[in-house]
Write a protein that binds this ligand. Structure first.
Ligand code: AMP
Ligand code: ZN
Length: 141
């Protein structure tokens, strides 16, 4: 898969839409998010168009992950962050707005409150195991 005409990130990858680049190779691009949720918020994309993570071939994911790994430290250090989150939204229910797979590197500082809500709960007896069995079944197909 290559560029999709109406896709903003394909436009950025092709150099048709401007961005503030921080890293580029033949297949992967990283640039500053125009709507950051913390200083240094950076996006990493495969240049080829895939909508979701689960649609990306393994080698594309591997190349993209390698770039995320290289960039994460420098991104955090550039803004004096204590840590960072790596986030990939898939599907509108999960907050995906741009339908070209992308990974957010979000530098974090202690007490910044960026992800204040983390709605953890406890499964009732047996539910985690039942879901795990379903996942394993789906993996086989
Ligand atoms: P998501 O909700 O995971 O789809 O996030 C899309 C991200 O892309 C948002 O954080 C936007 O601020 C960012 N974004 C959208 N258009 C551009 C653009 N032209 N250049 C840089 N970042 C962009
Ligand atoms: Zn695209």
């Amino acid at each position: 898969m290559t560029g999709k005409a109406e896709c903003v990130f394909c436009g950025i990858a092709a150099g048709k839409i401007p961005c503030t680049r921080v890293y580029e190779d033949d297949r992967v691009l990283a640039f500053m998010d125009i709507g950051p949720i913390s200083d240094g918020h950076t996006l990493v994309i495969p240049k080829a168009h895939y909508e979701r993570l689960d649609q990306c071939p393994a080698e594309v994911l591997a190349e993209t992950a390698a770039v995320i790994g290289r960039l994460a430290g420098p991104v955090a250090e550039a803004v004096g962050a204590d840590g960072y989150n790596v986030l990939c939204n898939n599907g509108s229910a999960a907050g995906q707005v741009v339908e070209h797979v992308h990974f957010h590197i979000i530098p974090r500082k202690a007490g910044d409150g960026v992800f204040n809500r983390w709605p953890a709960f406890q499964y009732p007896q047996g539910k985690a195991e039942a879901i795990a069995e379903k996942i394993k079944e789906k993996l086989k197909s």
